[in-house]
Ligand binder design. Sequence first.
Ligand SMILES: Cc1ncc(COP(=O)(O)O)c(C=O)c1O
Length: 426
Amino acid sequence: MTVESARSLADELRRSWAQFDLDELTSDAVKYLTAGTPTDWGLPSNPPSRVPPITLGSGIPDPASLPREPLIEAMKRALDTVDDGPLRYGGGVGFEPLRAELAARYTRDRGFPVTSDHFLLTNGSAGAIDQVCAALISPGDIVITEAPTFSGSIRTFRGHQAEVHTVPMDNDGMQVEHLEPLIKRLHAEGRKVKVIYTIASYHNPMGVTLAYERRVQLLQIASRYGIFVIDDDAYGELYFDVDKKPTALSAMSECEGVITVGTFSKVIATGLRVGWIHATPEVLDRVVRMRFEMGNSPLLHGMLYEFVKDGGLDRHLDHVRKIYRRKLEALTAALHEYCEPYVTWRRPGGGFFLWVSLTNGLDARKVQAVAIEEGFVFPGGFAFFPDRIDTGEHIRLAFSWASEDDLREAARRLAKACEIVANGGG
Ligand SMILES: Cc1ncc(COP(=O)(O)O)c(C=O)c1O
């Protein structure tokens, strides 16, 4: 084929394709999902800031904590095999030794003995939720989430054409007393409620933890109606006080009706893209049936196994927990110092996020807009409500990634923005 004839074929195809509308050819789901990042906070990609901006946006690990050298060494050990295992297709459930490591950790830390058959490795916890949805959700089914919740998961549920309904939150997590009336109403309308999605420990965005009594009630209500609980445990290992660590929903239920999703993203690095689903082998069997992308990288699984085993992950976790506790203290001390009349918050017991309430009727959207001009970028609380309806006074500050100096400077800039808005500016 000559260059000319190839070009004329392409021209002919372009004319032919021009008669079709892409929206008619793509799925129903893609039509009503807006373009944007998975988290979609409506923040400008080039903030119009007067000074180089500080961003307390995503929940990303501290950059200095990333264990580059140990991962290089772990990768070398993973590749040092006589066979071609790490460089061959790995299958739908993932590398057995890494699943066995996870099982040993869960058995040790959560009080219910499990085996590698209770774990399936995925493309991060976002991938885990996507795979669970593929196995559970048919178009039109209902997913109940907390409000607020992690905006990425709302996109996933809607991508599977589920309808999202919400239950409000307070400082003890999901207000479970709203669950049963909601379920009854939806059932009376002939709807199928398939999933209750919770971030029970160190919530994103609120930082709070579901109280023990509410955990019991959640499990009881869900079991009464045959609704799976997805416990998104992305931050569960990142507690600041081991004595106050909550009891895991998976252990309380012995995995009956509970599907836990976990990830190496927050405890090691988001770029790994390795997470897991923890559930009964029967549920995992349904998930594997819906897995068509031939599993994840056995090479990465091998590297992670080499990193995690023999206490490697425990040592790393001890180190990073201290970093995040220090960063939280730096941020809250600076908020006390600079922003006191304008903000209140409740100290989270772990995780990456501080949920800040603005006082004196300050509006989060206005403060956000002025703060961007002042060089401080953060999501407003409204971004985490599926219907985007918030009382308007919340902002979320992710303290994991920025340096302690930047956290202090961010608080100073926030105080300035609050002051401008309080004085009628913005
Ligand atoms: C609650 C929650 N779940 C899931 C994810 C996705 O993480 P992963 O990198 O494991 O896909 C995030 C990331 O911010 C999160 O905050």
